[in-house]
Write a protein that binds this ligand. Structure first.
Ligand code: CTP
Length: 400
């Protein structure tokens, strides 16, 4: 719920502006007050009348509206809000934000405040991929601006790829995660998820059967409790959760680099099924068949990300949680694994094919810590995630 929260919504000039009308409705349903601001370009896509009718208040458009300057100046407008949401966040609006320009009402409001800001980018895939946009996004993130989306998909311009604005309910989830008063508010948590792909050559790779479902559910559950979640995911089937910062990687080496870049965090949850080995000398060109001769692959060991973080001398997260996917002697192996890697907890599960856990919707886990083990009943992966997230919240509260 967002009751008594005040959101200043800046609607930029993109085709996704129509979704922002639904966003206003969804926010108001949850008890939030929405003050809408329409940029000049935004006004080309949706009318001020629809925006103000849905928001139930007048829409702000002009920087130099002297009547409003007299009773409620633009500075007051953004400072009285609990959160500024920019949706659609166009490439141009984000470029202005990154540079600190203030040449219209929206950019002035964004510069004249220290209220938290959430941007839902929306643009053509090539604009999104452009180094200038990526540079601006990195600057905004470094400035503490939260980003939701964009999603991959068909675009209004006929192209396909990342750039589609997040759906209204995904934006609502990101807003709730940022503003909710959950027990993990103010905590930064890292989650790794999904499989890794280890390249053999440009077209082949070694993978595993992880769907990423458990990691996704954990990311969502932690965000729902108010945590700021950095979600580092390999190429998973499950789409990443809403309201988290998503970092997509392919290989174990990329996952390690993304994890190191996300530190420091209060807790690290390592749910990814990381490949233990990579092909030692990945071929730069496609390996061809050679008259019945079989290729030989040499392997090299990947760094153990969980062990590396668990054994950090300085800046170790207060809580490090690993997973143990076992097929035999689950408790014995998982207990030994916890000690060997040096993490605080291990969530152990039996991934023998007859359990249907790997790739399925349920999980049957045992939580192992230094003080003993808890056997949880078989339940959905979402329920496991919620229970684990609550336990993490209790643990971090105790650590404070
Ligand atoms: N893990 C990791 N980096 C690796 C390998 C594993 O971070 N290179 C993490 C996983 O995310 C998981 C835990 O270590 O949290 C255990 O993974 P698992 O595959 O069960 O253990 P292994 O170390 O691979 O041991 P084994 O395969 O011998 O059972």
């Amino acid at each position: 719920m967002l009751s008594s929260k005040h959101i200043l919504l800046i609607i930029g000039g993109g085709i996704a502006a129509y979704k922002s009308l639904d966003l206003i409705r969804r926010l108001r349903e949850r008890g939030a007050t929405v003050t809408p601001v329409l940029t000049r370009a935004g006004g080309e896509f949706v009318t001020p009348l629809s925006v103000s009718a849905l928001a139930g208040v007048e829409v702000h458009q002009d920087l130099f509206d002297l009547t409003k300057e007299a009773d409620m100046g633009h500075i007051q407008l953004s400072r009285s809000a609990d959160l500024l949401v920019v949706a659609p966040g166009t490439a141009d609006l984000m470029a202005k934000m990154a540079q600190g320009r203030a040449d219209d009402l929206a950019s002035t409001l964004l510069l004249a405040t220290d209220t938290p800001v959430l941007v839902a980018p929306s643009m053509n895939v090539r604009m999104w991929d452009h180094p200038a946009t990526q540079r601006n996004i990195a600057t905004l993130k470094a400035d503490g601006v939260a980003i939701v989306g964009p999603n991959d998909g068909d675009m209004a311009c006929g192209e396909y790829g990342p750039g589609r604005m997040a759906e209204p309910l995904e934006i609502v989830a990101a807003i709730e995660a940022k503003m909710g008063d959950g027990p993990l508010k103010g905590k930064r948590v890292l989650v790794t998820s999904g499989p890794t792909h280890e390249p053999i050559d440009p077209v082949r790779y070694i993978a595993n059967r992880s769907s990423g479902a458990q990691g996704t559910a954990i990311g969502a559950a932690l965000a729902a409790l108010g945590a700021e979640v950095v979600f580092v995911t390999g190429p998973a089937d499950a789409p990443p959760p809403s309201g988290v910062e998503v970092v997509k990687v392919q290989s174990a080496a990329e996952m390690l680099a993304a994890v190191e870049a996300a530190l420091p965090v209060d807790a690290g949850i390592f749910a990814a099924a990381v490949a233990d080995w990579r092909v030692a000398s990945e071929s730069g060109s496609k390996i061809k068949k050679q008259d019945g001769k079989l290729p030989t692959l040499e392997f090299a060991e990947n760094a153990d990300i969980l062990a590396k973080v668990s054994q950090m001398k300085t800046g170790r997260p207060s809580l490090v949680v690993g997973f143990a996917a076992e097929t035999d002697d689950v408790i014995t192996n998982a207990t030994a694994k916890r000690k060997r890697k040096g993490c605080d907890w291990i969530v152990a599960n039996d991934v023998s094919p007859e359990t249907g856990i790997m790739g399925g919707s349920e999980n049957d886990v045992m939580l192992i810590s230094e003080t003993g083990s808890e056997d949880w009943p078989r339940m959905s992966k979402e329920a496991v995630a919620e229970r684990l997230a609550l336990k993490i919240a209790e643990e971090l509260a105790d650590a404070d």
